[in-house]
Design a protein around this ligand. Structure first.
Ligand code: FMN
Length: 303
């Protein structure tokens, strides 16, 4: 028997596999496919305070090795989530993580404070890739200062652990990770999607209604892996690896470069059982390699 549990310090997960925000609905949508309690946990779709319509269609484009999306953070808003969804999620014996959005620092804090009044949330994942209306659309993830300010402001209003989710669309990901750590974030998750676009050459129009979207899936895995490696070496808090994880082998690569847990995103669209397949594959790999506790492989990369 392999012990698949990992301890993030502020949160013990029964296994290192989490479903990523925006690819797993509010969790309940995946109930028909499998028992959600088999997961290490899941991150629900990003929530602003109020409901949002999202961007104009088309909002999803397939590429040879991934997906470009411009959903625009459509959502039901935090009040409806807490009223209609959270009571059922709170009954589950798995980590329920809420992805928090904001148009400015005040909204991030307002959403986090509101969520903190309810039971059943294991941690908040701060989606600092949201366009900031007061900063001409620049998202906090693009600067160390804005990242620091946003994390600090949220820390002041919530006792819930914070996982700050970084954008890969920056020149120096390490400095942003350090800013989040210094502001008191309990963990870092990375990466969000890579800015991308596609053109219909017959109409000469962008394929996405929003023109620009975010690329995810297998295409981004090697770049995400490099970023997780760099960040894990630079911070002391746990790192959660995300980006193109489709197989147990992908997940193991992220853990070897230093991720304490991983999130599975686009793979859930291709195969709703992806997370389960990855958990089983990791267990089998550990068994075959005589590993008793999966956390032994975290940061075990040999250079
Ligand atoms: C359709 C779609 C919606 C997403 N929505 C969110 C979101 O609401 N909040 C967030 O932080 N990330 C969101 N993401 C990013 C994913 O959580 C993940 O970071 C990214 O897709 C990279 O992982 P992957 O290659 O495994 O998909 C979304 C991704 C996709 C494809």
């Amino acid at each position: 028997m392999v012990d698949l549990s990992v301890d993030l310090g502020f949160l013990k997960l029964k296994n290192p596999v989490l479903a990523a925000s925006g690819t797993f609905g509010y969790g309940l949508e995946f109930k028909p496919f499998y028992d959600l309690e088999l997961l290490g946990g899941f991150v629900v779709k990003g929530l602003y305070f109020n409901p949002r319509e999202g961007n104009l269609p088309p909002r999803l484009i397939e590429t040879p090795s991934g997906l470009i999306n411009s959903i625009g953070l459509q959502g039901i808003g935090v009040e409806a989530f807490c009223r209609e969804i959270l009571p059922e999620l709170a009954e589950l014996d798995t980590a329920v993580i809420v992805n928090v959005c904001g148009e400015d620092e005040d909204e991030y804090a307002r959403v986090a404070e509101y969520l903190s009044r309810f039971k059943g949330i294991a941690a908040l994942e701060l989606n600092i890739s949201c366009p900031n209306v007061r900063e001409g659309g620049r998202c906090p993830a693009q600067s160390s200062d804005a990242t620091f300010r946003t994390v600090k402001k949220v820390k002041e209003v919530t006792p819930l652990p914070l996982i700050t989710k970084l954008s890969p669309n920056v020149t120096d990901i390490v400095s942003i990770a350090i800013a989040a750590e210094e502001a008191g974030s309990e963990a870092i998750s990375l990466v969000n999607t890579f800015l991308a676009m596609a053109v219909d050459i017959e109409t000469r129009k962008p394929k996405l209604g929003n023109v620009i979207g975010g690329l995810s899936g297998p295409a981004i895995k090697p770049i995400a892996l490099r970023m997780v490696f760099q960040v894990a070496r630079a911070v002391k808090i746990p790192v959660i690896g995300i980006g193109g994880i489709f197989t147990a082998e992908d997940a193991l690569e992220f853990m070897m470069v230093g991720a304490s847990a991983i999130e599975v995103g686009t793979a859930n669209f291709v195969d709703p059982d992806a997370c389960l397949r990855i958990i089983q594959g990791m267990e089998k790999w550990a068994e075959n390699h005589g590993i008793k506790n999966i956390s032994e492989i975290i940061g075990s990369l040999k250079i």
